[in-house]
Write a protein that binds this ligand. Structure first.
Ligand SMILES: Cc1cc2nc3c(=O)[nH]c(=O)nc-3n(C[C@H](O)[C@H](O)[C@H](O)COP(=O)(O)OP(=O)(O)OC[C@H]3O[C@@H](n4cnc5c(N)ncnc54)[C@H](O)[C@@H]3O)c2cc1C
Length: 103
């Protein structure tokens, strides 16, 4: 697997759980979290839960209020309240280090 970001690590864990022997090649000498944290959308939470990271992601804090995208005239394109009820668990905030550390 080229790259030890959340995508590469998630794919590596998923493949190894299916019996593949995976080597992750990461060019950075250390994996460090950037910014204040990461917001995991319902589909990302389900993907991480499906590879056994339910306990790690449930340690996060469900987002309070509504987060989303609006058009220039103010109409909602998407928002967390709508996706939570339609797609499952609410979007959850995690500090950056634990999410990659868990993987
Ligand atoms: C400021 C900011 C805030 C964000 N906030 C959120 C958020 O709240 N929620 C959310 O879902 N998404 C967020 N994103 C987007 C999210 O960070 C990215 O979608 C996600 O990190 C992409 O993961 P990735 O594993 O595909 O790529 P990356 O995280 O970029 O990882 C790629 C890895 O591959 C390594 N690499 C690259 N080339 C090579 C090579 N040739 N050989 C070996 N290693 C290599 C890199 O060093 C890197 O570690 C944010 C992005 C930014 C910039």
């Amino acid at each position: 697997m080229a790259g030890g970001g959340i995508g590469g690590l998630t794919a590596a864990v998923a493949l190894s759980r299916r019996g593949w022997r995976v080597t992750v090649c990461e060019r950075a000498s250390a994996l460090t979290g950037i910014g204040a944290g990461i917001v995991l959308a319902p589909n990302a939470l389900r993907a991480l839960e499906s590879i056994g990271l339910g306990p790690a992601v449930s340690a996060g804090e469900p987002l309070a209020g509504v987060l989303g995208l609006r058009t220039p005239d103010g109409a909602w394109l998407s928002r967390t309240g709508a996706t939570a009820s339609r797609y499952g668990p609410p979007a959850t905030g995690l500090p950056p280090a634990p999410s990659t550390a868990a993987l």
